[in-house]
Design a protein around this ligand. Structure first.
Ligand SMILES: *Cc1c(COP(=O)(O)O)cnc(C)c1O
Length: 214
């Protein structure tokens, strides 16, 4: 009961800060138990994000919703991820996209993960690599190219980073008009991301509490 009150208060506080009603709030439930996901579902949340295949598999089997995978991708887990996830945000290489197209048992929305600085620690492809990845997705009947996802470099000024991300997204849309969505912004910076054009925000700790890992 106490947890329900806590989650309800935090969720309302985050929603109140989202000034654009068109924005999709993805509640990132990683490391938190299925019971929290159930409460969030009762509170009206339908979009959930996970970073690990095993966790996503377990929680998506227990709670209905639109499940987003946003973690680092391992090739051997793609078949599983493609089965439980509805949306995959973290695709950044050609072989993973081809494999997902082949193993997915249903149609999936995908975001290509953009990297502003090419740092492999956070993942993502640099702007010049995006068209080749997009073309693989477009050639697949299973994959629907929804847009771009980005996590700015830790040291970057958020407004500068999200402005640059939005500019790259606009250039990308001019070639791939269906890729209208921009998944950018987390607990610490989602208002700035929305200001700069994010359509999807991925918020964990502001709603569920701070994590000791990941
Ligand atoms: C964990 C994570 C989030 C949520 O981060 P918070 O700071 O807890 O809101 C969003 N996106 C990705 C890719 C993540 O790994």
């Amino acid at each position: 009961m106490r947890r329900r009150g806590e989650l309800a208060t935090n969720l309302e506080a985050v929603k109140a800060r989202i000034k654009n009603p068109e924005v999709t709030l993805i509640v990132v439930t990683k490391t938190y138990p299925v019971s929290d996901v159930q409460i969030l579902h009762e509170l009206g949340v339908r979009d959930f994000g996970e970073n690990r295949n095993e966790e996503g598999l377990e929680k998506s089997a227990a709670v209905e919703g639109r499940w987003h995978y946003q973690g680092e991708i391992q090739s051997r887990k793609l078949r599983d991820i493609g089965a439980w996830a509805d949306v995959v945000h973290s695709l950044d290489n050609a072989s993973h996209i081809s494999k997902l197209a082949n193993v997915a048992s249903k149609s999936l929305d995908i975001f290509l993960q953009l990297s502003l600085d090419g740092d492999p620690a956070r993942g993502g492809a640099v702007e010049s690599e995006l068209p080749a990845l997009a073309d693989i997705a477009l050639a697949s009947a299973n994959l629907h190219l929804a847009g771009l996802m980005c996590v700015p470099p830790v040291a970057a000024d958020p407004r500068t980073a999200f402005t640059e991300i939005a500019a790259i997204h606009q250039r990308f849309i001019s070639k791939y008009p269906e890729a209208k969505s921009l998944s950018a912004g987390m607990s610490g910076d989602f208002e700035i991301a929305i200001d700069c054009g994010a359509t999807h925000i991925r918020v964990g700790s502001s709603i569920l509490g701070s994590r000791t890992v990941r």
